[in-house]
Design a protein around this ligand. Structure first.
Ligand SMILES: Cc1ncc(COP(=O)(O)O)c(C=O)c1O
Ligand SMILES: [Zn+2]
Length: 418
């Protein structure tokens, strides 16, 4: 767990002491770098954690900053303007559990974040690190939720933002980004085209922090807070199984990293857990590789209503495969029809309206249970990472008023019994 990079850190990014290559272990000082100079592998934050006690966390702010001792952010992070996401609710889902036939089920409801998705977590950490690294503009290529989170965080911090999205994005996600009045550019192309463009622009504009490109190592660590919160909210223990939606795959690998770090630091018993990935069949490169027993993830051209998960060439795909295989989990995928059924099932049973990514998670959990891959007797957590109000089109032609009636009690009664 403790990693020494030889060079003392010159920046205050809390317990972070450097960056280390996930492939070859090559280490570099803390900087806005994301690819290893030796092998082009992805760089990851390396830490020297001090002693961290549960009480230190429990007495901290009601936001992800309660975990700052485990994140690459300065010790005074909560004194700077940020969106301060996190501490979303973990709810028991007994009615959904009964429908799915599982014994103990929880929903981690990340629709409760400031811009209604888990992306506020990663952006908050990226902004804090970018500030320390000397950036002044917050930028990203996005499948939608990240666009919301970056535009809002930049507005709050008084930074400029540059947000690139595929022009095919849902109208709600475009409007809920544009309202913050940063620079929003729609690009005619897929997310993967937009991502390539961002990498090119990041190399040319030294003051632009592309949260998921040149400051990706810091950004990605923000997803650990989902895992930290689940464990803390369960009373400092790990669940037996967790189901996570997969786009680039970063979130899934970081939830696993969070569980491992908590165990290594003695904050939880390091009990075994299994990590499952969820994709839409119309963009399921990681699921396809998992099922074929392959280590490489062949890129696909996405075609699914789950646009937030529509990344055809997922950067962390191979690490998702490593994680699910190491923990005894799996990756599964579901059709767009099943995604809509998943959204409706969660809404009907638990009163939680998720976006398409949440539909993917619920429907995948159902399929994993039906195919015997998920243990119905193990305590299970589903990560619901985005809000249904952003993807209304998914359900628009399936739900609506039962009837339109004149303002008379008899007409209402007639409609209710018809
Ligand atoms: C709502 C939602 N859930 C999950 C994900 C997947 O995140 P990752 O790229 O870390 O796999 C995304 C990505 O955009 C998302 O918008
Ligand atoms: Zn390397």
């Amino acid at each position: 767990m403790t990693t020494s990079v030889g060079t003392p850190p010159t920046l205050d990014l809390g317990p972070a002491v450097g960056l280390s290559c996930r492939e070859c272990g090559h280490q570099v000082p803390l900087a806005a770098e994301f690819a290893c100079a030796e092998c082009f592998g992805p760089l990851e934050v390396a830490y020297e954690f001090g002693a961290v006690r549960r009480e230190d966390i429990e007495s901290g702010p009601r936001s992800i900053w309660r975990y700052r001792r485990l994140l690459p952010v300065p010790s005074d992070v909560d004194r700077h303007p940020n969106t301060d996401p996190g501490c979303t609710r973990l709810v028991r889902a007994d009615r959904l559990a009964a429908e799915l036939g599982v014994r103990s089920l929880w929903i981690k409801d990340d629709t409760g974040n400031p811009t209604h998705s888990f992306k506020d977590r990663v952006v908050a950490v990226a902004l804090a690190a970018a500030r320390t690294l000397g950036f002044t503009v917050l930028a990203c290529p996005s499948t939608g939720n990240l666009a919301n989170a970056v535009a809002a965080a930049a507005a709050r911090a008084g930074w400029e933002s540059v947000v690139l999205i595929p022009s095919s994005l849902e109208r709600a996600k475009v409007l809920t980004t544009a309202v913050y009045e940063g620079a929003l550019i729609a690009v005619d192309g897929t997310y993967d085209d937009v991502n390539r463009l961002a990498t090119e622009l990041a190399a040319e504009h030294e003051d632009w922090a592309f949260v998921n490109v040149n400051v990706r190592p810091y950004y990605a660590e923000g997803s650990k807070t989902l895992g930290f919160e689940v464990a803390e909210q369960l009373g400092w223990r790990l669940p037996g199984q967790v189901v996570v939606p997969v786009a680039s795959g970063s979130q899934l690998t970081k939830v696993d990293k969070a569980f491992r770090e908590l165990g290594q630091l003695g904050l939880v018993e390091p009990t075994p857990y299994r990590v499952f990935g969820a994709q839409a069949t119309g963009c399921a490169p990681v699921s396809a590789a998992f099922k074929a027993g392959q280590d490489v993830v062949a890129p696909v051209r996405p075609s699914t209503i789950a646009r937030s998960l529509a990344i055809g060439a997922p950067a962390d795909g191979p690490y998702v495969l490593d994680t699910v295989r190491r923990t005894g989990g799996a990756v599964e995928d579901v059709t767009d029809e099943e995604v809509v059924d998943g959204i409706r099932l969660l809404a009907r049973t638990e009163g939680i309206f998720a976006e398409t990514a949440g539909g993917v998670t619920v429907a995948t959990a159902k399929k994993l249970i039906e195919t015997g891959q998920l243990d119905p007797d193990a305590e299970t957590v589903l990560l619901i990472t985005g809000d249904g109000l952003k993807t209304l089109d998914a359900v628009a032609d399936q739900v609506g008023p039962r009837a339109t009636v004149p303002p008379s009690a008899a007409a209402v009664r007639a409609a209710l019994t018809s």
